[in-house]
Ligand binder design. Structure first.
Ligand SMILES: Nc1ncnc2c1ncn2[C@@H]1O[C@H](COP(=O)(O)OP(=O)(O)OP(=O)(O)O)[C@@H](O)[C@H]1O
Length: 445
């Protein structure tokens, strides 16, 4: 049994969720606002937080940041509407364990919760790259990528891997390490986006006992732990200016100085940095140092988003089906043509991570051999309406079509007004939730 904090402002949904989760043997306490949730989290011990993304006094990301700033590593699952998937994926980089899209599928929620409670990272890049959970890909894009990896790996050059969230930047970093002279030395991955501002320097360079309140003993930093190996600095653009100065010194002089200590320690660390953003913009905005940029960008690898990788999508779909079959004990062999069409039309803002999650969900919900469109997240169907929209094609004089246009606009406006809370939207529109869902589906909202 786990104590779970549920942060959700849609009271009907919160009640349903509480009932479901308690039925599975857990205890739930809930809050509707960030302020109250943070207070509860400070006062009680929870093993998991289920966190809605849109809340009346901010976003789930704000609460997540506050919680991480306290040094808490509690697993947090973000629940989000499909429209917010892009941001939810960023939340993963800020320390969320996983995200799940609304309307929440109970089986999927249970699976994600159990994984988070068992601290079992969703089969991720944290393990050995030789593990068959990764595929090389079979396309001109994959060939070029691996040519770059093989060229740069044996050198000691600092590599900057740039690409959207979930495109495989950490995978590339691990491949470079595995193919380098440092392969049998440590590979340490650090998410600079999740480092608290105050503790970042101490995490990276260590500290001496008494360096600041709470520094009860000497602490070794990640640079020292990665000595002779590779340090993967994800989201490097998030480092504060002070820490950038210290990092530059460590890279130039190959020594580090723990906080509060006079001692300098020689280190031999290869840096692989990753970023979602174009760091040149951050340089123009004075939030990233140009000299540091040149230091970490001795060789750049740019990863393309999944939507631009052509037939790679099919390879990854097949691969993730096999992975999920093995993990969930299913026998899915193929995907129905309609579902395949949706997968092809969708633009994958969360790239491989999102695809992996969607396929895992489909496999979980499929007991036979063919996964159909019904196993896709509902909102994925709505977000990719078929190309031919009869409403737009109808002549001006067609009264039915005109009414539909008005109805669509009203539903859209109401949804935006209530931040996509469908219970509230249905109430305002004076229709039931089911009708709202079917109209949203019809209008591709
Ligand atoms: N070549 C691959 N084969 C199979 N799975 C892959 C491959 N590359 C990445 N993945 C999967 O895609 C997901 C995202 O990969 P990864 O963490 O490397 O992306 P990222 O770009 O570093 O993400 P972020 O920007 O969020 O840090 C992971 O679950 C990983 O297992």
């Amino acid at each position: 049994m786990a104590n779970i904090l549920l942060v959700e402002d849609d009271t009907t949904f919160a009640q349903m969720l509480t009932f479901f989760v308690e039925k599975h043997g857990h205890k739930v306490q809930s809050a509707q606002r960030i302020k109250d949730a943070f207070k509860l989290q400070q006062q009680h011990t929870y093993q998991l937080i289920l966190l809605d993304y849109r809340l009346p006094d901010g976003t789930g990301l704000d609460l997540l940041t506050q919680i991480r700033e306290t040094g808490s590593a509690i697993p947090v699952i973000i629940m989000t509407s499909f429209n917010d998937v892009r941001t939810a994926i960023r939340a993963i980089r800020s320390g969320a364990s996983e995200y799940i899209t609304k309307p929440v599928n109970p089986d999927e929620l249970l699976m994600v919760m159990n994984e988070a409670l068992a601290d079992k990272k969703p089969a991720d890049t944290k393990s050995d790259t030789k593990h068959p959970q990764f595929i090389r890909g079979n396309s001109p894009y994959a060939d070029k990528l691996h040519e770059y990896i093989n060229l740069v790996a044996p050198t000691d050059m600092a590599v900057l891997v740039q690409g959207e969230s979930g495109t495989g930047k950490e995978y590339v970093a691990r491949m470079i390490h595995q193919n380098s002279k440092r392969a049998d030395k440590p590979f340490i991955a650090i998410d600079c986006g999740a480092l608290s501002r105050d503790l970042a320097a101490s995490e990276l360079f260590g500290h001496a006992k008494g360096a600041f309140t709470g520094a009860a003993a000497d602490k070794k930093g990640l640079f020292e732990s990665a000595d002779d190996g590779t340090l993967f600095m994800d989201e490097i653009g998030n480092l504060s200016y002070d820490v950038q100065v210290k990092l530059l010194r460590a890279l130039q002089e190959k020594v580090i100085q723990p906080l509060g200590s006079n001692r300098t320690i020689p280190v031999n660390v290869r840096i692989i940095a990753a970023t979602n953003d174009d760091l040149l913009n951050s340089i123009s905005a004075d939030s990233f140092r140009q000299d540091l940029y040149h230091r970490v960008n001795e060789f750049k690898i740019q990863l393309s988003p999944l939507r631009e990788r052509g037939n790679e999508l099919d390879n990854f779909i097949r691969h993730f089906i096999q992975l999920s079959n093995a993990e969930l004990g299913r026998q899915v062999q193929n995907i129905s043509p309609e579902a395949m069409e949706v997968l092809h039309r969708y633009d994958w803002p969360g790239n491989l991570r999102e695809l992996k999650n969607v396929i895992k969900r489909m496999v979980l919900l499929t007991t036979g051999e063919t996964a159909g469109a019904a196993a896709l997240p509902d909102e994925m169907l709505w977000s990719t309406p078929p190309d031919q929209t009869p409403i737009a094609a109808s002549p001006e004089s067609d009264l039915k079509a005109r009414n539909e246009v008005n109805e669509k606009a009203l539903i859209q406006k109401t949804l935006q007004q209530v931040k996509y809370n469908k219970s509230k939207a249905a109430k305002l529109l004076n229709i039931d939730r089911k009708t709202l869902y079917s109209k949203m589906e019809r209008y591709g909202l």
